[in-house]
Design a protein around this ligand. Structure first.
Ligand code: NAP
Length: 300
């Protein structure tokens, strides 16, 4: 029996682990992939206080090591069923059995949202990617496209410019959503061409992507753009499919109060899976700290 079961080992879950363990709670973190979450797939993080520039993988590894040193247990397995009502919360995993705890912190994060284009799923791994840091090096010397205008898309375009022969940043509006600093950087980046007011309407190629059809939404004109890779960064979907509807908003994000408490007693949420405005590593970490503190107070 654990005091707290933390679902997800991204910055929110890892920080919750550090605070829970330091608060004397017997803590387990259940993670279905690898520790670090989306942050670990970020090439460079330049806005986590204290680190002018650090790779997301390194930052996440430091957080995980800190958790482990404090005695937090880690289970790498897929949760299949959650029971969150009642005094004892339980998480049933695919292979490692069922874990029980007196509180639960949901820190399952979010994942990239597909565009929903025909052949998008079929071409994953053959030109379509949702992770520039993971797959960028495969496109050395080749032209690629990035879709989106947010921080992820801009960071991806800047990162890919290190490998690709040309990067086309395809954005549906005439202004980027990304922070001013990143927007300025990408507008001046060598090897990046921004296609404003444009959307991708088709993915072309036999077994591998060879071009995308791009439509200008103002003129309605369409053209084929020769690219070998397309990196889709068109927003996120919360990883909340196992969670009860009563704690979710209409987009699937978990609703909490300022103490990270959901409407179920003893269940807290932290990080990107939570309904909130600013999704950053630092806000995920802060959520995790507050959620763990709330769990400690709930138990005492
Ligand atoms: P985001 O901020 O929601 O941006 C998604 C982008 O994709 C928007 O520009 C949006 O266009 C576009 N888009 C959405 N649906 C589309 C569609 N169907 N077709 C074409 N374009 C579409 O998502 P994100 O960039 O993944 O960022 C997620 C969160 O993580 C944000 O809070 C972000 O600030 C944060 N983040 C922060 C950093 C950092 O601080 N370094 C890095 C990465 C992510 P519109 O602009 O027209 O809506």
């Amino acid at each position: 029996m654990y005091d707290v079961i933390i679902l997800g080992a991204g910055p929110a879950g890892l920080t919750a682990g550090i605070y829970a363990a330091r608060g004397g709670l017997k803590t387990v973190v259940v993670e279905r992939k690898a520790a670090g979450g989306q942050a670990a797939l970020t090439a460079e993080i330049e806005n986590y206080p204290g680190f002018k520039n650090i790779s997301g993988f390194e930052l996440a590894s430091l957080m995980q090591a800190q958790c482990e040193e404090l005695g937090v247990d880690f289970v790498y397995d897929t949760p299949e069923c959650l029971s969150l009502d009642g005094e004892i919360k339980s998480v049933e995993t695919a292979y490692s059995g069922t874990f029980e705890g007196r509180t639960a912190i949901i820190a399952t994060g979010a994942s990239p949202r597909p565009l929903g284009l025909p052949r998008e799923t079929e071409l994953i791994g053959s030109g379509v990617s949702y992770c520039a840091t993971c797959d960028g090096a495969f496109f050395k010397g080749k032209p690629v496209a990035v879709v989106g205008g947010g921080n992820t898309a801009v960071e991806d375009a800047l990162y890919l410019a290190n490998f690709a022969s040309e990067v086309y940043l395809i954005h549906r509006r005439d202004a980027l959503r990304a922070s001013a600093l990143l927007a300025d950087k990408v507008k001046n980046a060598k090897g990046v061409t921004i296609l404003w007011d444009s959307v991708v309407t088709a993915l072309n190629g036999d077994n591998r992507l060879s071009s995308v059809t791009v439509k200008n939404v103002k003129t309605q004109s369409e053209r084929d753009l020769a690219v070998n890779g397309i990196f889709i960064a068109a927003g996120q979907t919360p990883a909340s499919e196992l969670l009860p509807a009563e704690i979710l908003d209409d987009k699937g994000y978990v609703v909490t109060d300022a103490n990270m408490a959901t409407c179920i007693a003893g269940v807290f949420a932290a990080g990107d899976v939570r309904q909130k405005e600013l999704r950053q590593v630092v806000t995920a970490a802060a959520d995790g700290a507050i959620a763990a503190d709330s769990a400690i107070k709930y138990l005492s």
